[in-house]
Design a protein around this ligand. Structure first.
Ligand SMILES: O=c1[nH]c(=O)c2ncn([C@@H]3O[C@H](COP(=O)(O)OP(=O)(O)OP(=O)(O)O)[C@@H](O)[C@H]3O)c2[nH]1
Length: 171
C-alpha cells in the first residue's frame, strides 16, 4: 500500500512511519494546506489537514494521503496549541483526528495574536533553529516528555485505527 505524507517536515514523516505497522511504502510531498501559515482555530487547522491529505493522495497517486497540520485555538483560558490530522483514501470520505493540546505561555500567545508564526517565535524564544522540525513547542513546554513526533504519532494512530475500522465496515 502506497502512503503519501503531505509534508516534508521530518517530525511528521517520522510520526507517520511509526504509527503504521506492516508492509507500506511511504512517500512525502509538499502538499498545499490552503490555509494561513499560522492557522488560528480548530476549524482552520482541520481544513489545512484535510487539504493536505487530499492533495497528497492526488499528487503522489497513493492509496492513502495523510495531512498533519499545526495551529492554535483561542479559549477563555488562553491560547491552546492544537494539531489536527486527516486521512484521505480512495475508498471512503476523509477521516480526521486531533492531537494532544496544551496552553501556550502568554508571552508566546501575545506574539501569535500580533501576527507572528509559532515556528519562528519558538526558534527566537529558545535560541535554537527549526524547533518545528524537531521537538516542537510541545516538546519545549513539556520539558521533553512529549515531543512533536510523539504527539503526531499518537494522532496518526487515531487516524489509522479509524481508517481500519471504516474499512472493516465496507468489507
Ligand atoms: O515549533 C513548533 N512546534 C509545534 O508544536 C507547532 N505546531 C505548530 N507550529 C507552527 O505552526 C505553524 C503551522 O504549522 P504546520 O504544521 O502547518 O507547519 P510546519 O511548518 O511545522 O510543517 P510543514 O508545513 O513543513 O508540514 C508553523 O509555523 C509551525 O511551525 C509549531 N511549531
Amino acid at each position: 500500500m502506497k502512503i503519501i505524507i503531505g509534508s516534508n517536515n521530518p517530525a511528521k514523516i517520522e510520526a507517520v512511519k511509526h504509527a503504521f505497522k506492516g508492509n507500506y511504502d511511504f512517500f512525502s510531498v509538499n502538499a498545499f494546506s490552503g490555509v494561513s501559515e499560522m492557522p488560528f482555530s480548530d476549524e482552520e487547522t482541520i481544513k489545512g489537514a484535510l487539504n493536505r491529505a487530499e492533495s497528497a493522495i492526488k499528487i503522489g497517486h497513493g492509496d492513502i494521503g495523510i495531512g498533519l497540520e499545526g495551529g492554535v485555538q483561542e479559549t477563555t483560558y488562553g491560547l491552546l496549541l492544537c494539531n489536527w490530522g486527516a486521512i484521505a483514501s480512495n475508498e471512503h470520505s476523509s477521516i480526521i483526528a486531533g492531537g494532544a493540546r496544551i496552553l501556550l505561555p502568554e508571552e508566546i500567545a501575545i506574539r501569535l495574536r500580533n501576527g507572528e508564526e509559532l515556528g519562528p517565535v519558538m526558534d527566537d524564544y529558545t535560541n535554537k533553529q527549526n524547533i518545528r522540525k524537531k521537538e516542537g513547542a510541545v516538546g519545549i513546554f513539556t520539558n521533553g516528555k512529549i515531543d512533536r513526533a510523539e504527539m503526531f504519532t499518537h494522532l496518526t494512530k487515531l487516524l489509522v485505527g479509524q481508517y481500519e475500522y471504516h474499512r472493516s465496515l465496507i468489507k
